[in-house]
Write a protein that binds this ligand. Structure first.
Ligand code: AOF
Ligand code: ZN
Length: 371
């Protein structure tokens, strides 16, 4: 990171470069640290990065601890360095000892934080402990980028509900399926399907309405290139009237947990071990109740995969934070249900970006004022 004698009066810009590096390092933990956030850290001396760390996997070292260990292993002194860390250092004994203590032990004299940690068990405590020990603490550098990288964690800490992403695929006319007389078939490009699996891999739970299970018998598991081993997301089915077919993949294949949300108790004696039933005693199960229930179980991110009724329930209750719509150039024909982007707009979402996905157009939408 040496800048070859180029002197720069404003430290801020260099600080930004260091925080960007920390954000880049944090990415290495993607899909591996859930439910923990992605966190990266660099130790800097004289504007040069001397050590790097990131939270690599659940139960592994925290980013600060890894950066300190990195310095130690190479005999690099840490005394008097500045730590740039994307999340406020923790001050609690969790799966690891507190990072505040590691930083003090390492003699780090200044800590620059991206985002404060809203986790109730560590909130505020980290910065305060460091300040009390005489460390210079600054926070809010590239805060938006840092928070964006750990969006689901932040959202769950603040609202105790999962961040909800709606995923829909349509043909050129907005139709979401082939005519009912034809067998179900894929119409999105291979690359779009790959991307869909990446999105699944980044979610802690995937939700469908029972109609989708009856029609498509999906397995809702995560597979594909570039997706490392991780626990498959929980498969959630909204099934008020207990219509889920006992021979459906979700009931018979235990590759991931299946959680059935129903309106009343039913006989569950034949259920396999991966199946769990939750009763929300309302004829029309309110989306808010489902989100509270999932939030209580620690689910930070939820992917809503359909079908049409489920999407519209989530949208009409303004429960969607993000959406990814994949539009194929193919015309499926027929007069089946359609998905309209106007329903996203009406639910307070705005189009944020578009990309070409091997011929399909993929649109990303997000809540105008989400956090
Ligand atoms: C940090 N540095 O790299 C991360 C932090 O269960 P634990 O012990 O791993 O603690 C998880 C909590 O610690 C997590 O919910 C979040 O509040 C914070 N994560 N903190 O100082 C890190 N990953
Ligand atoms: Zn920590």
């Amino acid at each position: 990171m040496s800048r070859g004698g180029f002197s720069r009066p404003v430290a801020m810009e260099d600080g930004e470069a260091h925080m960007r590096r920390a954000i880049e390092l944090a990415e290495r933990g993607r899909h591996r640290v859930m439910p923990n956030p992605l966190v990266g850290c660099v130790l800097v001396r004289d504007d040069e990065v001397v050590a790097e760390g990131w939270h690599d996997h659940i139960g592994g070292l925290h980013a600060e601890q890894m950066a300190i260990a990195d310095a130690e292993s190479r005999g690099v002194p840490t005394q008097g360095t500045t730590a740039y860390v994307t999340l406020e250092p923790c001050n609690h004994f969790g799966r690891t000892p507190p990072c505040t203590e590691s930083l003090l032990w390492a003699g780090v004299s200044r800590v620059v934080i991206g985002a404060l940690d809203p986790n109730p068990t560590v909130r505020g405590g980290g910065s305060e402990a460091l300040l009390e020990a005489g460390v210079v603490v600054e926070s809010g550098l590239l805060e938006e980028d840092c928070e964006g990288q750990m969006a689901a964690f932040m959202h769950w800490c603040r609202h105790r509900r999962p961040l909800v992403t709606l995923k829909a695929s349509t043909d050129s006319e907005g139709r979401i399926d082939v005519p009912p007389t034809e067998p179900p078939r894929r119409f999105s490009s291979d690359r779009s399907l790959e991307l869909a699996h990446e999105i699944r891999a980044g979610s802690m739970a995937i939700l469908v309405g029972v109609g989708t299970v009856i029609r498509d018998d999906p397995s809702l598991t995560v597979r594909g290139p570039g997706i490392g081993p991780r626990d498959s997301p929980t498969r959630v089915v909204i099934d008020p009237d207990n219509r889920i077919p006992p021979h459906s993949k979700l009931m018979t294949q235990g590759d991931a947990p299946t959680l059935i949300v129903q309106s009343s108790e039913t006989d569950s004696s034949g259920d396999l071990h991966h199946v769990e039933r939750v009763v929300i005693p309302e004829r029309e199960i309110p989306v808010a109740r489902v989100l509270d229930m999932l939030g209580d179980r620690g689910v930070q991110s939820l992917l809503v995969e359909g079908g049409a009724d489920t999407w519209s329930r989530f949208l009409s209750e303004e429960a969607v934070d993000r959406a990814r719509i994949c539009i194929s150039p193919i015309d499926l024909g027929g007069s089946g249900p359609v998905f309209r982007s106007s329903s996203l707009r009406e639910s307070g979402l705005v189009l944020t970006s578009e990309e070409d996905c091997s011929g399909d157009r993929v649109e990303w939408w997000s809540k105008e004022h989400s956090e």
